[in-house]
Design a protein around this ligand. Structure first.
Ligand SMILES: Cc1cc2nc3c(=O)[nH]c(=O)nc-3n(C[C@H](O)[C@H](O)[C@H](O)COP(=O)(O)OP(=O)(O)OC[C@H]3O[C@@H](n4cnc5c(N)ncnc54)[C@H](O)[C@@H]3O)c2cc1C
Length: 437
């Protein structure tokens, strides 16, 4: 098949990896002028790790992995109140820090390199419109060029334009903003100090404001400012209007304590600042005709679940697997509808469990304390939880929410191409070995 993927993020690259491996002609368009390799630390959990392994990319991932080995909660004076080490045992659920942490850009590059040469990437363009005609999709790109494809996949993130086109101009979008939850991301240059460890540090301030610092390199610290706010200024700041967003956040974080002053100053100076509204994407069907969605575009679970990247990787694997199963031969192209239906049926039980309850209560954000007393109580509870070695991630994140669901085996997921699969996986191992050296 000739497949168009819109978006060269995590899910887009992962799908291009599998579909090109299956021998399909894959074209990826990315509106950004180059591979958009920005963003902070992301992680893989559960079946996301299994998919990475089946791609043969674990070694290459580990070579670039963020060295974080735990997560601590501090109070306003910087004193540690709780500590949760990463689960390095290779068994069971991941902790708050996964054993598979990586900078988003590094994972993007890794997937892209493993696919380069087999898929075609076109940067600086996007789908303007499309129309289904006689068993093909005719696509018009920005700039006026047109082409036809057997399948079009929207992997263009939570604000997906493909999704909006698929739903139609009069239909409401399937994106739900989670009650005023914002997260701002940026980095600040801070050389590592003697004795400083690679651990994530969270500080909870009164007024449902949180600060989170993570170190992934000896020179730089990542900053996350996460809050629930009904501030008119924050709500009024247009998405992407950095100046207005920074101004609104600076005002909202005034007097939050701990290292707020230093962090707000760094935020004002940051040129990689990025502010996102926390949201959920939920659709009754991920495909319409010969157009389908993968990753955040189809089922963004929100960053609160800790499962966004895992869902994108697993969704891409299942979609490709169903395409292998239903469109394996030269003249079975027309069972694409069967493949897309099976993708939905197989993956939806997973996504339903990950997304369960996210829209109704906004998860941990709704339980954030508003008063200093509330923060004190929360810190004591966290201290007790860490002392008793209970699993905090299990309560907040959604890795453990998925029950009775199994990732299809590689061989059964790629039944018609298994020989090709083996051969390709071997090539990936060679590639990893070379890049690790
Ligand atoms: C720049 C950036 C930074 C991020 N930083 C973080 C972070 O720090 N922490 C975190 O948890 N998550 C972050 N995310 C989100 C995270 O990558 C996803 O939630 C998750 O990995 C699922 O990936 P995805 O491929 O579905 O979406 P994304 O990773 O968002 O990828 C979508 C891709 O589609 C491209 N795109 C968008 N619109 C169009 C269009 N019209 N035409 C063509 N291409 C288009 C985007 O430029 C991007 O490359 C970030 C996403 C982006 C784009």
């Amino acid at each position: 098949m000739k497949v168009l993927i819109s978006g060269a993020g995590i899910a887009g690259n992962a799908l291009a990896f599998w579909l090109s491996k299956l021998g399909h002609e894959v074209i990826v368009v990315e509106w950004f002028p180059n591979l958009r390799a920005t963003g902070l630390q992301i992680d893989l959990r559960g079946p996301g790790i299994q998919v990475l392994r089946r791609m043969g990319l674990e070694e290459a991932f580990r070579a670039k992995a963020a060295p974080e080995h735990g997560f601590q909660i501090v109070d306003g004076s910087g004193r540690r109140r709780a500590y949760f080490p990463a689960n390095k045992s290779g068994k069971g659920l991941q902790s708050l820090t996964s054993d598979f942490e990586i900078m988003r850009g590094d994972l993007c590059h890794l997937l892209h390199h493993a696919t380069e040469g087999r898929a075609t990437y076109v940067f600086g363009t996007s789908i303007e419109s499309y129309e289904e005609k006689d068993s093909v999709v005719e696509v018009q790109f920005a700039g006026g060029r047109t082409d036809t494809f057997d399948l079009v996949v929207g992997a263009d993130g939570q604000w997906s334009k493909t999704r909006k086109m698929m739903l139609g101009p009069d239909a409401p979008d399937a994106l739900y903003l989670l009650g005023g939850v914002y997260t701002a991301y940026f980095t600040m240059p801070r050389p590592i100090e003697e004795g400083e460890e690679y651990i994530a540090t969270a500080y909870i301030a009164p007024g449902r404001r949180g600060l989170f610092l993570r170190r992934h390199s000896p020179d730089t610290v990542q900053v996350y400012m996460g809050c629930t706010s009904d501030s008119d200024k924050l709500r009024g700041a247009r998405r992407g209007d950095m100046k207005a967003e920074k101004e609104a956040l600076a005002e909202f974080y005034q007097g939050a304590g701990w290292r707020t002053r230093e962090i707000v100053k760094a935020m004002r100076e940051a040129d990689d600042f990025y502010c996102e509204r926390m949201c959920l994407v939920k659709l009754d069907a991920w495909s319409r005709g010969r157009v389908t969605l993968v990753g955040d575009a189809g089922y963004c679970p929100s960053a609160t679940t800790g499962m966004g990247t895992t869902c994108g990787m697993v969704g891409a694997y299942i979609l490709a697997g169903e395409i292998a199963r239903h469109c394996g031969g030269n003249d079975t192209k027309d069972d694409l509808a069967g493949a897309l239906k099976a993708y939905d049926e197989k993956f939806r039980p997973f996504m339903d469990q990950v997304q369960k309850g996210v829209a109704s209560d906004t998860g941990m954000w709704s339980s954030m304390p508003t008063s200093a007393f509330g923060v004190g109580v929360l810190n004591c509870i966290m201290g007790l939880v860490s002392f008793l070695r209970l699993d905090l991630a299990k309560w907040f994140l959604k890795e453990d929410a998925v029950k009775d669901w199994k990732l299809p085996e590689a061989r059964s997921n790629f039944p018609l191409r298994s020989l090709y699969f083996e051969e390709f996986t071997t090539q990936c191992h060679v590639l990893n070995f070379q890049s690790a050296n």
